[in-house]
Design a protein around this ligand. Structure first.
Ligand SMILES: Nc1ncnc2c1ncn2[C@@H]1O[C@H](COP(=O)(O)OP(=O)(O)OP(=O)(O)O)[C@@H](O)[C@H]1O
Ligand SMILES: [Mg+2]
Length: 504
């Protein structure tokens, strides 16, 4: 093991306002390995990596790189030591109005002394060569603002190469990527690994861990539970270490009676993103809409919630025409949405958990127009308990919750609204496997209460496990329908990518 220990973190402790997030955390990375860092939502993965990348200061413990102890007081200190981070929010690390090449060589451009002798043609040529070496096809003169999210990630990785990184941290990089983009990212991660860089990979998709990682470390409640080569363990070992128990059925499916139609959409259309969509959901029914990234699922969900206005089409809820000119009308009509971009649209990160959970039902929680503090509190405590939201208190700012727990707040806020139809867009993105199961159970309970559920996802396994009916979306259209038990991963992928039944 001592063949090339690059990084060694030991005895790391960290508290946030008296609550301990990390206890005696240990972590090592070897040169040329991809090391998975795993754990349930709130286990402390991002916190540990923020300490490593200089964003947070540890309360105690030591960090060594190649045997030398480091004192990290800022992200600049970490970068100087060769530690780089590719966050999910890549936008914050890139300069949108500069070109790809300028972003790659940002460091060099910032040093005034060197700026004088910057040769633009050389810069572009060098950037082109670098991208070609990485096997990438990104135009070097294009503005970063005009790139896709996946391309932005790749630009950031190219920069990391230029800055001679020793350690690169990837915190949930694959969550927003399509299958092809994920494959491309993995190929590049493999190149970095072969160049002797140590990589840390955080993901809630356990199959990815076995696909690309050499070792895996599992954390639980801020402590290290297990570190093993991935060849010596399997998914159930990881789940057991993560949750402290095993998970017998990943997809708890309740059989509930299916009633009359509660949601019916006809000819919904918006440009070429949503093209003449017809669909129905019955009471008690879970209907999944599957499709690849970019198929139009999010656009469809936004039309159903009145977040965007359709050019054409009608939506009826429980037999009545819905008012979808704005979300307020949609909620009034009985349809609610848990959006994909929870940080931007689903919750208010600068407000408390309590306040987020009260917002949609202020009327219910008030008497004579005055909000009742005790009703608000008991509503929040009820939802927190029911969903197992991990928070130090109901008064905690939602932005301080871990990613998966923020997602539970985004779902929880609608639970007591009396909505008839729940539209959930990729609700399990960034959610750990235990919390996923909790979310599936809640969805099952809503169905059992006679609600209609429309579940939009690019995770085919979830649709197969959960749905009574699956609609496949491709290029803005519903191209195929399967009843429960009829579909397989392969034929879902086939229709989602080809989109033409005749080709079957
Ligand atoms: N700035 C902060 N202020 C207060 N508490 C925080 C802060 N950052 C993290 N925490 C808390 O520390 C704990 C660990 O959070 P962390 O974000 O490291 O979890 P994680 O393992 O990355 O989870 P996820 O898989 O959901 O991203 C959580 O209980 C979280 O609420
Ligand atoms: Mg995290």
């Amino acid at each position: 093991m001592d063949k090339g220990i690059l990084l060694e973190m030991s005895g790391i402790g960290k508290s946030f306002s008296g609550v301990k997030a990390l206890h005696d955390a240990r972590f090592t990375v070897e040169a040329g390995e991809i090391h998975a860092l795993l754990g349930a939502n709130g286990a402390g993965k991002s916190t540990l990596m923020k300490i490593l990348s200089g964003a947070y200061e540890a309360d105690e413990g030591t960090i060594r790189i190649e045997g030398r102890e480091l004192i990290l007081r800022s992200p600049a200190d970490a970068k100087a030591a060769g530690i780089h981070c590719v966050y999910q929010e890549v936008d914050t690390s890139l300069v949108a109005h500069l070109s790809v090449a300028e972003n790659i060589f940002l460091d060099r451009m910032m040093t005034a002394k060197q700026r004088a002798w910057l040769k633009w043609r050389d810069l572009y040529a060098e950037a082109e060569k670098l991208l070609a070496d990485l096997g990438l096809n990104v135009p070097v003169r294009k503005k970063v603002a005009d790139l896709t999210l996946a391309e932005k990630q790749l630009v950031l990785i190219a920069r990391v190469m230029v800055e001679e990184a020793k350690i690169v941290i990837f915190d949930e990089p694959t969550a927003p990527l399509s299958l092809e983009e994920t494959d491309q990212l993995f190929r590049i991660m493999d190149k970095l690994k072969k160049a002797g860089i140590g990589l840390v990979f955080i993901s809630h998709r356990l199959h990815e861990v076995f696909q690309i990682c050499d070792r895996a470390t599992v954390m639980r409640d801020g402590r290290m539970i297990l570190t093993e080569p991935t060849s010596k363990i399997d998914t159930s070992d990881i789940i057991h270490a993560m949750l402290g128990r095993s998970l017998d059925d990943e997809y708890p499916k309740q059989e509930v009676p299916i009633g009359e139609v509660v949601l019916s959409a006809r000819d919904l259309t918006l440009g070429n993103r949503v093209r003449g969509v017809d669909l129905e959901v019955r009471r008690g029914e879970i209907v999944a809409v599957v499709g690849l990234v970019g198929a139009g699922k999010t656009e469809l969900s936004r039309l159903l919630f009145g977040a965007d206005e359709a050019e054409r089409g009608t939506v009826r809820i429980a037999g009545k025409q819905a008012d979808l000119r704005a979300p307020a009308g949609a909620v009034e009509s009985g349809i609610v949405l848990v959006p994909e971009e929870r940080r931007k649209e689903g919750i208010l990160v600068k407000e408390s958990v309590l306040h987020n959970l009260s917002l949609p039902i202020l009327g219910q929680l008030s008497k004579w127009g005055v909000l009742s503090g005790s009703k608000e509190k008991s509503n929040a405590i009820g939802v927190i308990g029911r969903l197992g939201i991990k928070t130090s208190s109901a008064g905690q700012l939602t932005g301080f919750l871990s990613g998966g727990n923020q997602q539970k707040v985004a779902i929880g806020k609608w639970l007591n609204t009396g909505a008839e139809v729940f539209v959930l867009d990729e609700p399990t993105k960034g959610v750990d496997i235990g919390a996923k199961r909790d979310i599936f159970t809640i969805i099952g309970e809503l169905a059992a209460q006679g609600k209609g559920i429309l579940y939009l996802t690019c995770e085919f396994a979830e649709a197969l496990g959960l749905a009574d009916r699956i609609l496949v979306m491709c290029d803005g259209r519903i191209v195929k329908q399967f009843l429960r038990g009829e579909a397989t991963q392969e034929n879902l992928l086939y229709y989602a990518s080809a989109g033409q039944e005749e080709l079957a």
